[in-house]
Design a protein. Structure first.
Length: 422
């Protein structure tokens, strides 16, 4: 985090003959210090693509033990679209993608240009992320140290701030090394040790895309990821921290099987000459009009019923999706039915048969998109099963656990309050 404002404040107070010596701390400052010191650490873990019912495969014994002695939700509903970056940012801001500004993994902004999750310069540009405030910034502003191990948005300088500790994303970093970094941060002296931390695993999602959700490869990724969480739990126990910190394990979305032949060729249904180059592809495809072309005619044609796909002008997207008001949402949006994907003849040919056998981004109410939620720690009830709830509710829950006032959000604390001890 940028500490310059704090350093300037300390300098000014020092010139006034006060701030740096503990004996001259005001009662309010002492109370704040005591509150920070007493706050139980909170670790937020994401297992990308861990569909809620993967839990029933009994390949995650560590997660099962956390659930048995904590809270296990039937599922957690992702925000729409059920994609990686939009939902990770929804979880830490409490705002659905249409409100947090990350409306897709790939998008266009009239001022900023194009965004892609593979474009590292765009990912690290805070202007893409500043329509919402992530929890690590609010925690920092309340005197809590923060650390993020690969969370979308954490590499960007958002509203002038970073987490106190963060790492550039390295896809090849092994799960246990990611855990080891979390443990190293927890080994820091009390004044430097983070209170809010995030941890990210992606093997389950990759296996689901490459081989499909029902594949042996997904099962192995579940085992491997659970082994990394077991390594984490063992490290926390050795440090005497396991029973003293709150742990929340979530997924950003689920995964659906997509047979190789299930492709909707969008260029056979509309003229690509009338639209700007496709801004998104796959499950959710967006189109903006090309200057001088009659886009009303395009929309009228595409909003007619189509097999395996629905298209809407952004102002007519069904209200339950909470999507379409943000300027980054393309004017025309087409959503594939679960189990289908949208492509052009050219883009499909370029893949040369190498297509994803698993996809997400579909209707966020579909059971195959539902995500994992497990919580464990001193603040949570033991051994309870909780109902399905929207993922934006995790944000006010975490703010409550950290003892800080959350920003205004789409989340509702009262909907998840029942999982906490009274």
């Amino acid at each position: 985090m940028n500490r310059l404002p704090r350093l300037l404040l300390c300098s000014l107070l020092a010139l006034a003959g006060c701030a740096t010596h503990p004996s001259v701390l005001t009662p309010e400052a002492k109370a704040q210090q005591a509150k920070v010191a007493a706050t139980a650490p909170l670790l937020l873990i994401s297992i990308d693509g861990y569909r809620a019912d993967y839990f029933d495969r009994h390949l995650s014994p560590t997660l099962e033990q956390l659930a048995a002695t904590g809270v296990h939700a039937d599922s957690m509903q992702p925000s729409f679209p059920s994609l990686t970056f939009p939902n990770h940012y929804a979880i830490v801001t409490g705002m659905v993608p249409d409100h947090n500004g990350i409306v897709n993994n790939n998008m266009v902004d009239t001022q900023l240009g194009k965004f892609s999750l593979k474009d590292r310069s765009a990912v690290r540009n805070g202007l893409w992320w500043d329509q919402a405030t992530p929890l690590w910034e609010t925690a920092d502003a309340n005197g809590l140290r923060t650390a993020t191990m690969f969370w979308p948005g954490s590499e960007a300088d958002i509203q002038g701030e970073h987490p106190d500790y963060w790492k550039k994303f390295k896809a090849k970093m092994k799960p246990n090394r990611r855990v080891d970094q979390i443990l190293k941060w927890l080994d820091l002296p009390a004044g430097k040790r983070p209170t809010f931390l995030t941890l990210y695993f992606d093997a389950v999602d990759h296996a689901g895309h490459e081989h499909g959700p029902d594949s042996p490869e997904v099962d192995q990724a579940l085992r491997d990821t659970d082994a990394a969480i077991a390594h984490l739990v063992d490290g926390l126990r050795k440090r005497g921290l396991f029973d003293k910190m709150n742990i929340i394990v979530v997924a950003d979305h689920g995964m659906a099987s997509v047979p190789k032949e299930n492709h909707i060729l969008i260029d056979t249904l509309m003229s690509m000459d009338d639209v700007e180059p496709v801004t998104t592809a796959g499950v959710l495809v967006g189109f903006n009009p090309k200057l001088g072309h009659d886009f009303n005619a395009v929309e009228q044609q595409m909003e007619q019923p189509h097999q395996h796909m629905h298209c809407w002008d952004k102002t007519r997207i069904p209200a339950r999706f909470q999507y379409g008001s943000n300027a980054r949402v393309p004017r025309l949006v087409c959503l594939a039915d679960v189990g289908w994907s949208i492509a052009t003849t050219e883009s499909l040919a370029k893949k040369k048969g190498h297509v994803s056998l698993g996809e997400h981004g579909y209707d966020n109410a579909d059971p195959k998109m539902r995500a994992l939620f497990v919580a464990h720690g001193p603040a949570f009830q033991r051994g309870i099963r909780f109902h399905n709830f929207p993922n934006v509710d995790v944000y006010p829950l975490m703010a409550h656990l950290l003892g800080i006032r959350p920003k205004l959000s789409d989340g509702r604390f009262e909907d998840v309050q029942g999982m906490l001890k009274q």
